[in-house]
Design a protein around this ligand. Sequence first.
Ligand SMILES: NC(=O)c1ccc[n+]([C@@H]2O[C@H](COP(=O)([O-])OP(=O)(O)OC[C@H]3O[C@@H](n4cnc5c(N)ncnc54)[C@H](OP(=O)(O)O)[C@@H]3O)[C@@H](O)[C@H]2O)c1
Length: 230
Amino acid sequence: MPTTLITGANRGIGFEFARQYAAAGWRVIATCRDPSRPSSLSALGGAVEIRTLDVTAPSSILSLSSELAQQPIDLLIANAGVMSAPPRSAPLDISEEAWMADFRVNAMGSIRVAAAFAPQIAASRERKLVAISSLLGSIGSNAMGGHYAYRASKAALNALWRSFAVDHPELIAVSLSPGLLRTDMTRYEQAWDQLNDPAPRVTALRGVIDRLGQSDSGTAFNFNGDKMPW
Ligand SMILES: NC(=O)c1ccc[n+]([C@@H]2O[C@H](COP(=O)([O-])OP(=O)(O)OC[C@H]3O[C@@H](n4cnc5c(N)ncnc54)[C@H](OP(=O)(O)O)[C@@H]3O)[C@@H](O)[C@H]2O)c1
């Protein structure tokens, strides 16, 4: 039975990954900041273990990594993310706290989790690490402006993931863009009700992940499998 570890698995896209991998017969290590808070995770069937992981707390990351030291992890999904400022905020209107929160969670948090769990991933059969990035992190695709802090943090995430792929040729590390989906993060969208549901999109993303090979490492992909420009 392959194993996946997912960050931010208690809601949104992370929850949907947990639900689908569990239904597909995977062992799912579903991590979240506070497992005592109610979430739909506890109602999932299958081999789901709910564990504590705050990606901004190195002690939390290291503690879980050491508890799972002997357990191969086939697929790490670095999904936890925040968008701390309203999308159209001007740079001077974004608080220091909001700038830093996006970087702490989206960029630093993700790469620290990758580094901490690299040995368990290297010991697995699949050896894959996926960063849930965003088209907003693609500089080449930016035609709309805005989203200053979030865009920068996701572009940083892509740069970090690429470095990690270069430094770890034994692993397959890619960035994935899920596209715009109806989750708590996108509640600022006026037509939020009409946004795509995460379920079919996560199915598509699972297909992309399934097809990844060694030569894909260090690349960023869109949910449809196309390469995403940096
Ligand atoms: N929705 C979209 O359209 C979209 C588009 C492109 C990319 N993405 C990316 O997809 C990922 C998931 O987003 P979503 O739409 O599912 O958002 P969401 O519903 O707001 O969920 C965000 C998840 O991240 C977790 N999280 C936040 N800070 C954390 C921390 N310090 N440690 C651990 N977990 C933390 C949250 O946990 P709590 O419940 O504890 O806050 C929650 O589980 C993010 O990386 C996001 O940037 C989303």
